[in-house]
Design a binder for this molecule. Structure first.
Ligand code: GMT
Length: 374
């Protein structure tokens, strides 16, 4: 099949999933056309069957104080779909990608039959889509897609509840990992440069948005550190970084925290970790937690959204109420106990294999075939 994929290129789960999906579909023989305003961060180097098309955002005209990105995207989607004879345009994140795809499909009507598949990731529904100003257009664009998927059962139900479309079909296709990239290893290459001998490594990876509650990560670590020699490795960047740094200063633990900023390929780092912390306010899936588990790293996270569909509470990690920093610290110390850690680490790797891309990506292929009546 010839498949167009639109996603945000920036650091975040939806862009990661969309790009990894494109790469795996390409390995499975499909022709993939990524359409975005910059090369997605997980697209590293040349990949056979994968083509990148940049949305032109350079247009300036004094009247346009705010550049209409959605329109520029729709124009590029229409142009690529026609030229490359795309069968499917698969958009990740409803706002504004599903809206632009709807427009592109309408512009092509009578000239080229393009099917639109929309994958919902989380904040496109839980935050952005429910903003008063976006609500109707989000609902419209979802309803007009030829197929809609959500990355968890939680997100499917939340979408149906928020957009009052209980009967509408939304297929759950969970996120996935490539086990050739995400696997455990006792000899993690970068461990010695992250932590002194004997210290445990706690890790958090995100885009540092308020929903991630990164200052809670710091508070949990500060408690753990009182009982277990350890370091905290923070990967990523975003709006909550100043608050996070302030909390680190306030707690006087700066010398034990490594701030790495944005790192594109995180598997090597995860292999160096002992515990992954994800104390989010809301999380439709928690891709970082899945990637950590695949590398043999147990997870301490909040019991919210789709996280319980990914982390098996008591086995591959421990889930606790949002904001319960003390209980999270207690759980972290418990999981770091060597025998408990070994069991949780093995369970994490085993469970992560249920999300192997070899099992999940065919579900997308099957959906494409249904949409195309093949
Ligand atoms: O909101 C974010 O954290 C980023 C967002 C994205 O689209 O990049 O992540 C969402 O999609 C990920 C991939 O499906 C999920 O793993 C995250 O749980 C989800 N984030 C939230 O629901 C907060």
């Amino acid at each position: 099949m010839r498949i167009g994929i639109t996603c945000y290129p920036t650091y975040g789960g939806s862009g990661a999933v969309a790009t990894e999906l494109g790469l795996e579909l390409a390995r499975r023989g499909h022709e993939i056309h990524l359409i975005s305003y910059a090369s997605p961060f997980r697209l590293r180097g040349f990949a056979e069957n994968v083509y990148f098309h940049e949305v032109d955002l350079s247009g300036t005209y004094p009247l346009l104080e705010y550049f209409p990105y959605s329109l520029a995207l729709a124009v590029k989607q229409e142009e690529v779909a026609l030229r490359e004879r795309l069968d499917i345009l698969h958009v990740h994140y409803a706002i504004p990608h599903a809206t632009a795809a709807f427009l592109a499909r309408e512009m092509l009507r009578g000239r080229h039959d393009l099917k639109v598949v929309t994958t919902l990731h989380g904040t496109d529904i839980t935050l952005v889509g429910q903003e008063r100003s976006f609500y109707t257009v989000a609902k419209f664009s979802i309803e007009r897609s030829d197929a809609v998927t959500a990355v968890s059962e939680y997100l499917r139900e939340e979408t149906q509840r928020a957009f009052l479309c209980e009967g509408c079909r939304i297929d759950v296709i969970p996120n996935f990992i490539n086990p050739k990239e995400y696997y455990p290893s006792a000899e993690a290459r970068c461990r010695s440069s992250l932590a002194p001998e004997g210290a445990r490594v706690l890790m958090h990876i995100s885009n540092f948005r308020p929903v991630k509650r990164v200052p809670d990560v710091v508070r949990v670590f500060a408690e753990v550190r009182k009982r277990v020699p350890s370091v905290l490795v923070l990967v990523g960047d975003g709006p909550e970084r100043p608050q996070t740094e302030a909390e680190i200063e306030r707690l006087g633990i700066a010398e034990h925290v490594r701030f790495l900023g944005k790192v594109d390929a995180v598997a090597d780092l995860l292999r160096a970790a002992d515990l992954f912390l994800l104390p989010s306010e809301s999380e439709s899936f928690g891709l970082g937690a899945l990637e950590a588990m695949a590398c043999g790293v147990p997870v301490v996270a909040s019991r919210v959204g789709g996280i319980p569909e990914v982390v098996v509470d008591g086995e591959t990690g421990i889930l606790l109420p949002v904001g319960d920093v003390d209980a999270m610290a207690e759980a972290a110390v418990e999981l770091l106990e060597p025998k408990r850690w070994q069991l949780a680490s093995e369970a994490a790797v085993r469970h992560s294999r249920t999300f192997d891309e070899a099992k999940i990506v065919p579900l997308y292929e099957e959906l494409y075939r249904q949409v195309l009546d093949l």
